[in-house]
Design a protein around this ligand. Structure first.
Ligand code: KIV
Length: 271
């Protein structure tokens, strides 16, 4: 028997059951093979190839520039490193908004070429037909409401969403719609904790929060933020578990010093 077959893989059904059993769900991003391996070994239930790759990997200010081909490449790299977690890939800006046929085509490419287990897309009623079409093709969809970064130029700011009653009501109604359409889970980004609690209590699919308080069924963070690689990004919701920026720059400057002083390589490090 191979080692792989002994690992119980996480499925969309596992996440549904976890909500039912009141067991919290964990998700982190990864964009490459090596990180995905570590994140999977750490025990998260789900790994997200977020379009935050546009920021973190490519240095863009927004998530808008990343292409479907680039997201597929990141997904292929991640999938090769994962044995257990459910791998969810973002469909990037422009790959699903224009019409349901295009949305399905993009989702199929992400599954077929990328090897993702599910796709995530941003929005509610505006993309109802696209979600329906993707799910009807047998592709699991994770929704994403609240601060949806692909709409940043419409919002004009990365501040907390749905503080006003009208937007909060629309968000709740969108969440119910996503459940009705058959989404298997829902990311809630940067909304008031009491609204996230209300949504979580009013739908049967799991909610995964980022900046949405403690009552969501699970939590997601961007890996590079939670390991402290990015000193320039410090939102209130972020908990840093490491300070890798300091560790890595320290290691690099030590290497520079060791080479310049002829300390590295020594005899044991030479052939
Ligand atoms: O792109 C991303 O990393 C995301 C998470 C922040 C949920 O969508």
């Amino acid at each position: 028997m191979s080692v792989h077959s002994e690992i119980k893989k996480i499925t969309t059904e596992t996440l549904r059951k976890m909500k039912f059993d009141k067991e919290k769900i964990t998700m982190l991003t990864a964009y490459d093979f090596t990180t995905a391996k570590m994140v999977d070994a750490g025990g998260v239930e789900s790994i997200l190839i977020g379009d935050s790759a546009a920021n973190v990997m490519a240095g863009f200010e927004t998530t808008l520039p990343i292409t479907l081909d680039q997201m597929i490449y990141h997904t292929q790299c991640v999938v090769r490193g994962v044995q257990r977690a459910l791998v969810v890939a973002d469909l990037p800006f422009g790959s699903y908004q224009s019409n349901p046929d295009k949305a399905l085509e993009s989702a199929v490419r992400m599954m077929k070429e990328g090897g993702a287990h599910a796709v995530k897309i941003e929005g509610g009623i505006e993309i109802e037909e696209s979600i329906r079409k993707i799910i009807n093709a047998g592709i699991p969809v994770m929704g994403h409401l609240g601060l949806t970064p692909q709409s940043i130029y419409q919002f004009g700011t990365y501040k907390v969403r749905a503080k006003e009653e009208a937007e909060a009501e629309k968000l709740l109604s969108d969440a119910k719609l996503l459940e009705e359409l058959g989404c298997f889970a829902l990311v809630l980004e940067k909304i008031p904790a009491n609204l996230a609690k209300k949504v979580t209590e009013n739908i049967t699919i799991p909610t995964i929060g980022i900046g949405a308080g403690a009552d969501c069924d699970g939590q997601v963070l961007v890996y590079h933020d939670m390991v402290g690689m990015n000193h320039g990004f410090s939102p209130k919701f972020l908990r840093r578990y490491l300070d890798l920026y300091t560790e890595i720059t320290g290691a690099v400057s030590q290497f520079v010093k060791d080479v310049k002083t002829a300390d590295f390589p020594n005899q044991n490090e030479s052939y």
